[in-house]
Design a protein around this ligand. Structure first.
Ligand SMILES: N[C@@H](CCC(=O)N[C@@H](CS)C(=O)NCC(=O)O)C(=O)O
Length: 225
């Protein structure tokens, strides 16, 4: 299998965590933002990464979107399962997954790119990096006002996740689900921001544990050694 990705994207991390949890062998092809459209649009009709190319007879040619990739992996390799045996719990896991994907992953992006452009500029002050950050900020309308709204959404997410993760090892049910993978991947960029890293130690402990369960290297800010 081949995963088309941006190496630093948290949505691509989510797809890699699904592949890693299932222990499916895959290669990655890192694309350059902007130029990626020429490669991806003809395959999926969309502009976004990740895209998985199973490269196996009888399987779809290309699967766009991290959620669809997780669904595909579950049918391709059912064990270990990412789906909960209880239908109501699995429905709840999908609801959380969708909220994390559509709302919280976006809020993370807003807060992260604001940080990288201002207080965290020294992480990579190079012209190329700052140009990419500036293009992303324009593309998504990231500014002080939209970042404040995103921060409020993150505070709400931390409340919801802390209730669930402090009661139980998993967000729903008694095993890892699509909800845990989504939360761990989509909040991981916040590990570089001291305000979050210091304010929510329990969150990053859980993010580390889930990365280990998924055989995925830890994200920047949480890497060992
Ligand atoms: N809901 C989508 C979101 C993917 C997404 O937003 N990907 C970003 C990278 S983090 C992207 O490809 N942006 C490029 C573009 O929109 O042109 C998923 O889960 O795959």
């Amino acid at each position: 299998m081949l995963l088309l990705q941006f190496s630093t994207s948290h949505y691509c991390r989510k797809a890699r965590m699904g592949l890693g949890y299932k222990q499916v062998k895959y290669k990655t092809e890192n694309l350059t933002p902007g130029w990626h459209i020429r490669r991806v649009r003809p395959l999926t009709g969309l502009n976004t990464l990740p895209v998985l190319l199973p490269e196996i007879d009888g399987q779809p040619h290309a699967i766009a979107d991290s959620t669809e990739i997780l669904k595909f992996l579950e049918t391709y390799q059912p064990q270990p399962s990412l789906f909960l045996p209880d239908y109501e719990q699995q429905t709840e896991a999908w609801m959380l997954e969708d909220w994390l994907d559509e709302s919280i992953g976006t809020a993370t992006r807003f807060v992260y790119y604001q940080f990288r452009a201002v207080e965290g500029k020294q992480i990579d002050p190079s012209l190329v990096s700052q140009m990419v950050i500036s293009v992303v900020r324009q593309q998504y309308g990231i500014n002080q006002a939209s970042v404040e709204l995103a921060k409020n959404r993150l505070v709400m997410a931390f409340s919801e996740l802390s209730i669930r993760w402090q009661k139980n090892d998993y967000l729903v049910g008694n095993q890892l689900s699509v909800a845990d993978i989504s939360a761990a991947a989509l909040l991981s960029p916040l590990a570089l921001i001291p305000e979050y890293r210091q304010g929510y130690p329990w969150l990053f402990e859980r993010i580390v544990q889930i990365h280990k369960l998924c055989n995925e290297p830890l994200p920047p800010g949480l890497s060992e050694g």
